[in-house]
Design a protein around this ligand. Structure first.
Ligand code: ADP
Ligand code: MG
Length: 693
């Protein structure tokens, strides 16, 4: 394999554009991509025809506008290139077909922002994310908007948020004498996932329908030996990862690191970071490819946040920073952060906005799946706080308290082995328990769920930081001494928002009460986290930054609650189906056989002991009755929920349905431990977690 040669071979990237487009057209297209100049529509025809020619040379027969509706997934509708010409057909992609598409919008969620009779929705080309060929189809990344201009996807608000932060960051930069064409936020999402054998997967209805196990007694060996993290990769996993990398690279995705994660059967892939909208597209593509490649290896890739109880769940660390087009990173502290005013101002903007808008930031990562991680005694907690590390912590401390700053310099480390080289130690240590940690020259937002579209969190991050920059720029412009005025802002904001900074252990029992004292939010589930999005202040920031209209902001929160409610409903129904049709009958059969055995023993001789069997018969029969009663209760509860009342339904799901499901699960898991494995209808946790060699 010639890696440099095959890297990006399926992508209509800069190099291909340069080779296939007339130089004038190429320049105009690059101007749009690199500095955000409005697209010159007259070039669309030429670009389309070059794109088609290239795609056909890669075996493509179809093209699709590829978009990210509010379902959280991606959507595509394939059209072939063919056009009749006499008796024959020619392959054509017109400029218009490249630029706009018109899928029927009525079947995608819009949160009431678009009545279904106005079914018109348009997809529009996003030239800043490159097109690619996959499985015989040319994929054109697009945004998705309604006839009346409301956004119906995750991509358009993301692009708007990038425009907002670009505009405000440039204002701030110019006050410090720095000019640039464009400021972009960059994102590197680390993706966690589980791999299990496909045969085992196929036998679990809950995994297939809900992505997670709804039942399952804990396995005797979980992650307590801490031997899986960074552990040796099993041969089948090595082959999978190798194949995955090859696929990802062919789409220009910079898959960089791969390793085993903490839990058995859990792994991680980290890409090199990129511009946010491209990183989002790449992550969506990565998740899809992970599943497809798994299938090729007779594996199932689980992207759910919590496929298995009792062992770690999966998240997605969203590394976020912002840089100019020449590569100047605003979050790089440099050697002397204490005298780097621009850095300190950027830091203050992040701290201020994360504190002010902790509610919507928390809501942006809320989902039924992620509720099993956040606030469920698993990393990270549902409370948003910022970790700065020793160096920045001391700097911020000195600013707030008017103290002299004694630099915490990166030391030279030595490991006490003379042959081994001296290594420079990072000035920020790793803190794995913080939901939002400064890590060298970027922030790592660790609350995202593994199957989330990372657009959600980044829309919020970009918007709120843009808003803080705007306030700072408004205040600074026209001041005689910018440095002095900026120092005053930094001090004021750090003082005002110090409560959000927390440099200690986020998993410790002291943190929750401490956070409450500080007045920080602690919304543990989606039903309770999302409603903050309806608050005026939280809508206004989106409106001010031109990211959402009020209607769009409300519609999105509604859809999020609706997705949550529907997910829990599906889980509850799946649970009922499994219990009624598989588990209760299996347990009943086992008990019947045990009874027959007891009767047989007694028939031979009254004295043969059978206390063991009787004990199991007793326990299982009792549990079977209790579970049956819970079935009736849960069915009644679900029937009484009005799904059209999003807010009421989501509250009922969180506070009534889930507790009942918990109760049912704990009884069923108990039954599992008492039932002969010959009778149990599903693969166990052992079967699933240790299914791959
Ligand atoms: P680790 O977190 O394991 O120490 P790194 O800090 O090298 O690893 O990077 C973790 C992730 O952060 C990678 O996906 C990397 O591409 C991304 N990253 C590094 N620099 C930036 C940046 N400036 N902006 C966004 N993401 C970044
Ligand atoms: Mg990380």
């Amino acid at each position: 394999m010639n890696l440099p040669q095959m890297f990006g071979e399926n992508v209509f990237n800069d190099q291909v554009q340069k080779e296939t487009l007339p130089s004038e057209v190429y320049k105009l297209l690059r101007a749009t991509i690199e500095s955000g100049k409005p697209l010159d529509v007259s070039i669309a025809g030429t670009v389309a025809s070059a794109m088609k020619k290239w795609a056909v040379s890669k075996g493509a027969t179809h093209y699709t506008h590829w978009f990210q509706p509010l379902t959280g997934l991606t959507a595509e509708k394939h059209d072939s290139f063919i056009e009749p010409e006499g008796d024959k057909v020619i392959m054509r992609l017109t400029g218009k077909s490249l630029i706009v598409g018109e899928p029927d919008a009525s079947s995608f969620p819009s949160g009431g922002s678009r009545a279904t009779y106005m079914a018109r929705g348009y997809t529009a080309w996003d030239p800043t994310s490159p097109a690619f060929v996959k499985e015989g189809t040319l994929y054109i990344p697009t945004i998705f908007v309604s006839y009346t201009g409301e956004t119906l996807d995750k991509k358009s608000p993301l692009l708007r948020s990038m425009t907002a932060i670009d505009k405000q960051a440039k204002r701030v930069l110019s006050l410090f004498g720095k000019t640039c064409k464009k400021v972009s936020t960059t994102v590197g999402p680390e993706q966690e996932y589980f791999l299990i054998d496909e045969d085992v997967y196929e036998k679990r209805k809950d995994l297939k329908l809900c992505g997670r196990t709804l039942f399952g007694a804990p396995v005797t060996r979980g992650q307590e030996l801490e031997d899986h993290y960074f552990g040796m990769l099993k041969p089948r996993i090595v082959e999978y990862m190798h194949d995955l990398d090859k696929e990802l690279w062919s789409f220009g995705i910079l898959s960089k690191t791969k390793h085993n994660e903490v839990a058995p059967a859990q792994h991680e892939m980290a890409p090199v970071f990129g511009t946010t909208n491209v990183a989002v597209d790449h992550n969506m593509l990565t998740m899809e490819i992970m599943k497809k490649v798994a299938h090729k290896h007779h594996l199932a890739c689980l992207l759910h946040e919590k496929p298995f109880r009792g062992i770690n769940g999966s998240g997605k660390h969203n590394n976020w920073s912002l840089s100019t087009d020449s590569g100047f990173n605003l979050l790089n502290p440099g050697d002397e952060p204490e005298s780097n005013t621009l850095f300190k101002l950027t830091l203050a903007a992040v701290i201020k906005s994360v504190d002010d808008y902790q509610g919507i930031l928390r809501a942006s990562v809320a989902s039924a799946g992620n509720d099993h991680r956040l606030g469920a005694n698993e990393a990270p907690p549902a409370i948003i706080s910022i970790y700065l590390g020793d160096q920045l912590g001391a700097l911020v401390d000195s600013i707030i308290n008017d103290k002299n700053y004694v630099p915490v310099k990166a030391e030279k480390g030595s490991i006490g082995v003379p042959e081994s080289p001296i290594f420079p130690k990072d000035a920020t240590d790793r803190n794995r328990t913080s939901p939002f940690a400064f890590t060298g020259n970027k922030f790592e937002f660790r609350m995202l769920g593994s199957q989330a579209n990372v657009a959600d969190a980044n829309i919020v991050l970009n918007t709120i930081v843009a808003d803080a920059f705007e306030q700072f720029a408004d205040e600074l412009e026209g001041k005689a001494d910018i440095g002095k005025a900026a120092d005053a802002i930094i001090k004021r904001e750090l003082k005002a928002h110090r409560r959000i900074i927390f440099n200690e252990d986020g998993y410790g029992p002291e943190w929750e009460p401490e956070a409450m004292r500080r007045g920080l939010l602690n919304n543990k589930n989606t039903a309770d986290a999302v409603p903050v999005c309806f608050e005026e202040k939280n809508i206004d920031v989106f409106v001010r930054q031109g990211v959402y209209t009020k209607e769009e902001a409300v519609a999105r929160a509604d859809i999020q609650l609706e997705n949550y409610t529907k997910t829990i409903n599906i889980e509850a129904l799946t649970m009922l189906e499994m219990v009624k049709r598989d588990i209760i009958p299996a347990v009943s059969d086992y008990v019947a056989d045990l009874c027959a055995n007891v009767a047989a023993k007694k028939a031979v001789c009254e004295e043969i002991p059978c206390t063991g069997e009787k004990e199991v018969i007793m326990q299982l029969s009792t549990l079977n009755d209790e579970v049956s009663a819970l079935v009736t209760k849960l069915e009644g509860l679900l029937a009484g929920i009005d799904m059209s009342d999003v807010s009421g339904a989501s509250q009922a799901m969180a506070h009534k349905v889930i507790p009942l499901m918990e109760e049912m699960r704990s009884k069923v898991d108990k039954m599992e431990t008492l039932t002969s494995s010959d009778y149990w209808p599903y693969p166990t946790y052992y079967d699933m977690l240790y299914s791959v060699n």
